[in-house]
Ligand binder design. Structure first.
Ligand code: ADP
Length: 302
């Protein structure tokens, strides 16, 4: 199965992707993790990405597409993968489609994680990572156990740190970038009939079950192409065309009503998915604005 998980920062894509890895036997490909590994190893890319990530901005599309091209060619991704954090722009989405077409392995589903803006901010601001065992916790919703029986054997407590890009000012920028750059990507996948939306609040297992249900849905056919406006014809040619079209009417077969109703249903469903995606983006935009205001107020006070 080739799956893309989409959603704002903090929507839980990474956590859910990890839960699906063992279930489906396919790897999670997190572009954020790949970039962080480069940063840790001090590679050229890592150094370049460091400054960009710290500001909450995006690494350029060509670099990201190169990373994905290499990663999906690895043997462990032969039977599929779960993309987490990619694509994030329209160019990346189109590049991925081309890559999948070239490999003759189309995507099976794109799942959008829907989370309320307040929950999003709570999750990101509470996220902490253990520097010893790399486990991710949330001081509000999923605090680590104490003493830590699940850390490295030498330690009795987790050593928690906050990701630099989880600090408030950067989070606001990440949410803004998400709202601005991701909206066209959601419509792109909705038009392709691949997008499904999952409510990503509640217990972890509940969300995983919703995700399983969404993934087992049959793929929808792509939304019917929009009708083009008829071309204007000069008056003299119009009369000839009218004559021709009258003679064509007699032989033109009416589209079958069943086919028409399927088309109508697909169009309605696609409009519904698009509306859901727009709602998520609106929520994220509002959260980003609120955060920006909060950060500004704080920096004025200082
Ligand atoms: P989150 O989903 O929580 O925002 P990630 O761990 O996915 O965070 O990504 C962290 C950062 O890495 C992003 O803010 C961005 O700077 C960079 N990054 C990750 N994936 C991409 C991508 N597909 N395109 C561009 N930049 C990316």
């Amino acid at each position: 199965m080739r799956i893309v998980l989409m959603g704002p920062p903090g929507s839980g894509k990474g956590t859910q992707a990890q839960r699906l890895v063992s279930e489906f036997g396919i790897p999670q490909i997190s572009t954020g993790d790949i970039l962080r590994q480069h940063r840790k190893a001090g590679t050229e890319l890592g150094k370049r990405a460091d400054a960009i990530m710290a500001k909450g901005l995006l690494v350029d599309d060509a670099t990201m597409l190169d990373i994905i091209r290499d990663r999906v060619a690895q043997p462990d991704a032969k039977n599929g993968f779960i993309l987490d954090g990619f694509p994030r722009t329209q160019t990346q989405a189109e590049g991925l489609t081309k890559l999948m077409d070239d490999l003759d392995t189309p995507l099976d589903a794109v799942v959008l994680f829907d989370v309320s803006a307040d929950e999003l901010v709570r999750r990101i601001s509470g996220r902490r990572t253990c520097s010893l065992c790399n486990k991710v916790f949330n001081i509000h919703t999923a605090p680590p156990s104490s003493p830590a029986t699940d850390c490295v054997p030498e330690s009795t407590e987790h050593q928690l740190f906050q990701r630099k890009d989880d600090e408030e000012a950067t989070v606001a920028e990440r949410l803004r970038v998400y709202a601005q750059q991701t909206q066209p990507v959601l419509s792109y996948y909705s038009d392709a009939g691949l997008l499904r939306t999952v409510r990503a609040e509640g217990a972890l297992e509940e969300i995983t079950q919703r995700l399983r249900d969404a993934l087992s849905q049959k793929p929808r056919s792509a939304a019917p192409a929009r009708k083009r406006a008829p071309k204007r014809r000069p008056a003299a040619r119009k009369a000839v065309a009218r004559k021709k079209s009258r003679s064509r009417v007699a032989v033109r077969r009416k589209p079958k009503s069943a086919a028409r109703s399927v088309k109508r249903k697909v169009a309605a469903k696609s409009a519904k998915t698009r509306a859901a995606a727009r709602k998520v983006v609106r929520k994220v935009t509002r959260a980003a604005k609120r955060l920006v205001r909060r950060v500004r107020r704080k920096s004025k006070r200082r």
